[in-house]
Design a protein around this ligand. Structure first.
Ligand code: ARG
Length: 409
């Protein structure tokens, strides 16, 4: 059966991930014209700056049969940000995956609505060169392989100018925001920015790419200390005050931004094989991941920490590569949760001129035993045992050295 045609007289439905911007606004009309579908526009709030106008009525004015707004910030924190934090997830050790982990949440919402509305299609505004198309499509197929995907921007061959022309000709309101050479994406966990001058990897990012964070050179000359409380690996508040996740991250973004924390400049390997230059601003993410690692160093045993490093890298790759909804990520989460049982306590962080450093940590489950580590009074370590331990530890090497010495004659 052709797209859009249905046994009954009703049109087939498509659920569109709607951002309110030019691309997805044009997509509403384009999906109607090209595929004769009823469009259900869905705007999902994951903590991007709220738009000043009413994007729901805009979607309807353009022709969506239904438009829906979902505030998913809390779910984003609980089900996506906190698991990633427990995994210290950073793609290529530098990018806290802010854009990447919001995608599966958006996918989940779209698939639920498609089910509820009996829609056969989901549409999104991703282009053909990025990771996000992979995350959307793979996520959707992982949750419901019977759904079909339409990615208008992968299909149409309009330039930006032609798109604006199409919008004008079709009475689609074009909110031409302040012309920016950059392509950006924002949510609670961070801001991504690419294109423009950044496409030259030799060029230092000009100040205008940074939108959240103060320049470290203009940051306060006095450091700020902040105490992050953790419970089983999850931040529960700071400076003695308990906070819900959304409030905590929002406030820490503001505090850390002031000190220029969380600026990242990275040449990144996209899944589809392209290297791209990206800059990120992830003030709360960098602050919390650094603090979380500090809490783990005090409360988690060496063998677990070492094994977990490998798990963290795999976890980051799965999230980056669009495999969030899969048995491996879910299984790694079970392992990681088990490692977090005693990651409870407080970490003191010092924010200063772009830096976020751990300067203190304490926990009721601390594995740090001053009696064992001290070189001063109160030493409880059995010095005599050291020589016996080293006898066994070095035995293989001594045995080998003796055997190999014969060679050298
Ligand atoms: N490269 C990052 C990722 O794949 C961020 C992409 C965000 N998009 C943007 N328009 N800057 O997760």
């Amino acid at each position: 059966m052709a797209i859009g045609k249905n046994k009954s007289s009703e049109k087939d439905k498509v659920v569109l991930a709607y951002s309110g911007g030019l691309d997805t606004s044009v997509a509403i009309r384009w999906l109607q014209e090209k595929y004769d579908l009823d469009v259900i526009a869905v705007a999902i709030n994951v903590g991007q700056p709220s738009s000043t106008d009413d994007i729901i009525s805009r979607a309807k004015a353009i022709g969506a049969v239904k438009a829906e707004y979902i505030d998913a910030k809390e779910e984003f924190v609980t089900d996506f940000i906190w698991p990633s934090l427990k995994a210290n997830a950073m793609y290529q050790n530098v990018y806290p995956l802010s854009t990447a982990i919001a995608r599966p949440l958006i996918v989940k919402k779209l698939v639920n609505i498609a089910k509820r509305e009996g829609a056969k299609y989901i549409a999104h505004g991703c282009t053909a060169k990025g990771n996000d198309q992979v995350r959307f499509d793979t996520g959707i197929f992982s949750l419901d392989p019977k759904l079909n995907i339409i990615a208008p921007m992968r299909e149409w061959v309009m330039t930006r100018e032609e798109e604006i022309e199409y919008a004008r000709a079709n009475d689609i309101p074009v909110i031409v925001s302040k012309k920016s050479p950059y392509s950006t994406d924002e949510n609670l966990w961070g801001r991504s920015c690419e294109c423009g001058i950044l496409e030259d990897p030799w060029e230092e990012p000009p100040e205008d790419v940074w939108n959240w964070t103060a320049s470290p050179k203009d940051a306060p000359d006095e450091p700020e200390y902040i105490e992050i409380m953790f419970e089983k690996g999850i931040p529960a508040g700071y400076n003695g005050n308990r906070k819900d996740g959304v409030t905590l991250i929002t406030e820490l973004n503001a505090i850390a931004s002031k000190h220029g924390t969380g600026r990242i400049d990275h040449v990144e390997d996209r899944l589809i094989g392209i290297k791209s230059r990206e800059i990120y601003e992830c003030p709360a993410a960098i602050l919390l991941i650094t603090a979380h690692r500090g809490m783990e160093s005090l409360t988690v045993q060496r063998d677990v920490l070492e094994f977990k490093r490998g798990v963290e890298q795999k976890y980051s790759e799965l999230a980056y590569n669009g495999l969030w909804f899969g048995v491996l990520r879910e299984s790694l989460d079970r392992f990681i949760d088990e490692t977090q049982r005693f990651v409870t306590g407080t970490v003191r962080m010092k924010l200063f001129k772009g830096n976020a450093a751990v300067v203190g940590r304490r926990s009721e489950y601390s594995l740090y035993d001053e009696g064992l580590s001290t070189y001063a009074e109160g030493d409880s370590f059995d010095h005599v045992s050291a020589a016996g331990f080293i006898y066994c530890w070095s035995l293989p090497n001594r045995t080998a050295a003796k055997a190999h010495m014969k060679d050298k004659k």
